[in-house]
Design a protein around this ligand. Structure first.
Ligand code: Z5A
Length: 206
């Protein structure tokens, strides 16, 4: 079972993943918590270069580095964990590439689809939780909590475009996406996600 979390920066993914993983672990589930970009030693090393400020990275090389990291992540972490019967919770996955490199950087969506299919070996999330917040709210949370990285430093219109892209992706695949209002209090969001995940696990007989 692969559960992914998506949303613009500061939407609360990290916060909600920690709460969900904790809840599922307490119920005795085997949980693998991971993230993109990153998730492996090789991926985390590339992540720090990719998000470092000061480089003028063109859209195509940016896409290819995300894909290289994803290929390593699938082989080293996600596939073995799924084969073991674990529940994998991943902070960002294939949809982030459609949103940021496709709708954000204007790379052809067909090219992204082909590369995603190749590097994931066809693995798709069973459930994708989209935390939906305005770009203003997300950036305000981020600005208060940490230094902005290279992609976060894009102007507000870029982040607004990403929010719209995620909403479009969710409309196009309503069975897989579960959209939650990310402006609610963290505890309220957790209760909504917990109920949804418990129902999905039940529907898979897990
Ligand atoms: N990227 C890409 O372009 N293409 C790809 O294919 C992939 C990624 C996979 C890094 O991602 C960048 O990679 C990202 C997209 C790109 N760039 N941008 N922009 P990331 O996931 O590592 O970084 P991020 O999106 O900036 O995530 P984040 O900083 O970890 O934010 P978050 O996880 O969504 O939020 P959080 O850390 O849980 O919360 C942020 C703050 O808000 C924190 O102080 C919390 O305490 C607070 N918070 C959380 N929830 C709430 C609620 N409900 N109310 C109030 N305050 C809250």
């Amino acid at each position: 079972m692969l559960i992914t979390f998506e949303g613009i920066e500061g939407s609360g993914k990290t916060t909600q993943i920690a709460l969900l993983a904790d809840h599922l672990k307490k119920k005795g589930r085997s949980i693998i918590q991971t993230r993109e970009p990153g998730g492996t030693g090789f991926g985390e090393a590339l992540r720090s270069v990719l998000l470092k400020k000061g480089f003028n990275v063109f859209p195509l090389p940016e896409l290819l580095v995300f894909m290289a990291m994803r290929a390593q992540h699938i082989e080293e972490v996600i596939l073995p964990a799924l084969q073991d019967g674990s529940i994998v919770i991943c902070d960002r996955f294939v949809d982030a590439t459609y949103a940021y490199q496709g709708y954000g950087r204007k790379i052809d969506l067909g090219v992204i689809e082909t590369l995603n299919r190749l590097v994931t070996r066809g693995i798709r999330p069973n459930l994708t939780i989209l935390l939906n917040v305005s770009a203003e709210r997300g950036l305000k949370r981020k600005a208060a909590s940490a230094q902005m990285d290279r992609i976060e430093e894009e102007d507000i219109s870029f982040h607004q475009k990403i929010k719209k892209a995620y909403e479009k992706l969710a409309r196009e695949d309503p069975k897989r996406f579960f959209v939650v209002d990310g402006a609610l209090k963290a505890d309220a969001i957790h209760q909504i996600i917990r109920e949804k995940v418990n129902n999905v696990l039940k529907s898979y007989g897990i």
